[in-house]
Design a protein around this ligand. Structure first.
Ligand SMILES: Cc1cc2nc3c(=O)[nH]c(=O)nc-3n(C[C@H](O)[C@H](O)[C@H](O)COP(=O)(O)OP(=O)(O)OC[C@H]3O[C@@H](n4cnc5c(N)ncnc54)[C@H](O)[C@@H]3O)c2cc1C
Length: 549
């Protein structure tokens, strides 16, 4: 305890460091036990310990406190278009890559996507900014398979669990990262609006090479080794592989106009760029670019759901840690009945979010490997992608506000980045916006539900609720007529209700009975409007015991 001239400092909580963040996340462990019982958990414990260490948390602070800076020109006025990052950013990227969070699962056996999802979820809680290039690399890599020559040259580096920030042509590097450039000034959700154009240049070893002219209004991680870029040919929007450096080591004709000044996500650089005859290699069929992007979207949307679930978990851990150490009115906050209700309710949200996001990760894993139920899991993946992205991410900001409030005034204070709760709060809205904002996801759900096979899989998933909870059964029964004539204006209501039912079904399968009962009582019977309003009878002790970091 530090002594000041006028007073002693007491009743202030300590930092939450020196813990294994995976060991403290019981719902995540339960999800893995159900979805991938044979998974080797040792690497996740190693990552959990790294993420819980004071050293890595200091790096997260520094990478946010000293955000990337654009250096458009060198000292002599020559264009260099470089972005400089604090060394902490590189250390975090190194940690994420060596733990296989980028494209490593594409070169690994079944189960790798699930393990990676768990690690990705945990990492987000500590530093979400670096997860942007990590996620884009994960999502863009399988798209490259549509150009066999490119995949042969770049696939191994993208899948390698290594980070190599040196400015060298891709095939010369030990580890590679990729980004995606779709959004333009006049349209992001509606990618048919893009005006960037591509003109055929020549045939090369990497296939058909085009010259790209135009811009991208959002272009995150501009120092990635390459981006998958959407540009228009005579056949329509098409996907192009645009490396930062060309095979001869020269800069591609891609200019960074400026870096965005963002609410959060400060460690990550998000640029505005212009292509002035930049070389891009066609990936897949000309005119099929939007379909390709949507395919990648199923992976980045998975990561949005995992990311928000991870941010929520860490916000909850910080809130619990604080309330255990902080007293008010003569008792620790964790012992005060109303605070217990708030914390237990937040814990319940983490239970549902983790279960849903990890189930989607499992659907991705199984559907990527032929046989073993791949076809059914592909249908489930189609259903769960918009549901998880919509609901888990949508709940994030509300959740973060309540978690912050548990810390009182300290929660709102940045303190040069030493207050991680404020950073989590600023980060939270982003997953709901990028990769398809809330409405776009709800409308995508309507499209997914046009397939009878998808509806059948949904009903199979919900069958576990029969006889389990009257309110859940009643809500599930309404789906049959609501799915028959889905109304666009009601898409959010439908997405919310399907999400809640799926979360309940997952908790019924993998969590203790008390968690399932509390979820149905609080989210389905009482409505999911206010945290801390758990109905009487919910097993608060159980929820809190499971949530303690
Ligand atoms: C920090 C950050 C980094 C980003 N990085 C990248 C990147 O690296 N690459 C990239 O390509 N993009 C990137 N984006 C862009 C992002 O993906 C888009 O902002 C997002 O997809 C939304 O597109 P928009 O901004 O054009 O909004 P709009 O498309 O104009 O949408 C505005 C609102 O309208 C809603 N809406 C749209 N259509 C409908 C409809 N039919 N009915 C009802 N509502 C509708 C949307 O849900 C949204 O709420 C980034 C964005 C941010 C904030």
């Amino acid at each position: 305890m530090t002594t000041h001239a006028t007073h002693e400092v007491f009743n202030q909580s300590s930092e939450l460091t020196g813990v294994d963040l995976f060991a403290g996340h019981r719902p995540l462990q339960e999800a893995l036990r159900t979805l991938a019982p044979d998974l080797d958990l040792a690497p996740l414990h190693a990552l959990g310990r790294a993420l819980g260490s004071a050293e890595l948390q200091a790096q997260a602070r520094l990478a946010n406190r000293y955000p990337p800076r654009l250096r458009p020109y060198d000292r002599g006025g020559r264009r260099i278009d470089e972005v400089e990052f604090h060394p902490a950013y590189h250390a975090l990227m190194q940690c994420a890559a060596t733990h296989g969070l980028q494209a490593a699962p594409w070169a690994r056996p079944p189960g790798a996507h699930i393990a990676r999802a768990a690690g990705f979820l945990l990492f987000n809680g500590v530093e979400a900014g670096v997860m942007c290039p990590i996620s884009m690399s994960y999502a863009a890599t399988p798209a490259l398979r549509a150009n066999a020559a490119l995949y042969a040259a770049w696939g191994p580096g993208l899948s390698a669990p290594a980070y190599d920030p040196r400015p060298l042509p891709g095939p010369q590097k030990a580890g590679l990262t990729m980004g995606m450039g779709m959004t333009e000034k006049q349209g992001g959700s509606d990618l048919r609006a893009i005006t960037s154009r591509a003109e055929f240049d020549q045939d090369t070893d990497w296939g058909r090479c085009f010259r790209l002219t135009g811009h991208k209004w959002f272009f995150s991680a501009p120092m990635s080794d390459a981006h998958l870029v959407l540009a228009r040919t005579a056949a329509g929007p098409s996907g192009f592989f645009v490396p930062r450096l060309l095979p001869d080591g020269s800069r591609n004709a891609l200019q960074i106009q400026r870096l965005k000044d963002k609410l959060g996500n400060h460690a990550n650089a998000s640029a505005e760029v212009e292509f002035d005859g930049a070389l891009g290699w066609l990936v897949g069929e000309e005119g099929r670019g939007i379909a390709q992007i949507l395919e990648m979207g199923t992976l980045t949307r998975l990561d949005c759901a995992l990311g928000s679930a991870g941010l929520m978990r860490q916000a909850l851990a910080l809130a619990l840690h604080h309330c255990t150490q902080r007293s008010a009115f003569g008792r620790p906050l964790i012992e005060q009945p109303l605070m217990r209700s708030v914390l237990a309710d937040l814990a319940l949200e983490v239970e549902g979010a983790t279960a849903l996001a990890m189930r989607l990760a499992c659907a991705v894993d199984v559907s990527e490997h032929p046989g073993g139920g791949a076809a059914r899991e592909a249908l489930l993946r189609r259903l769960l992608t918009p549901i998880a992205k919509f609901w888990v991410c949508k709940r994030g900001s509300h959740f973060a506000q309540e978690a912050m409030e548990c810390l009182g005034g300290n929660g709102y204070v940045e303190d040069e980045g030493h207050g991680p709760m404020a950073r989590l709060y600023r980060e939270m809205p982003l997953n709901s916006i990028w990769e398809g904002a809330g409405n776009v996801m709800a409308l995508d759900l309507l499209r997914a539900l046009r397939g009878e096979a998808v509806i059948e899989v949904l009903q199979q998933e919900l069958a576990v609720l029969h006889g389990a909870h009257p309110g859940a059964e009643r809500l599930a029964a309404t789906l049959s007529y609501r799915l028959a004539v889905p109304e666009e204006a009601q898409a959010r209501r439908l997405a919310r209700d399907v999400a809640l039912l799926l979360q309940a079904a997952l908790l019924r399968r993998q969590a203790p009975e008390g968690v399932f009962a509390a979820f149905c009582a609080a989210r389905i019977d009482a409505g999911a409007d206010l945290f801390g309003a758990l109905p009487p009878g919910c097993d608060v002790d159980l929820l809190l015991e499971r949530a303690m970091p």
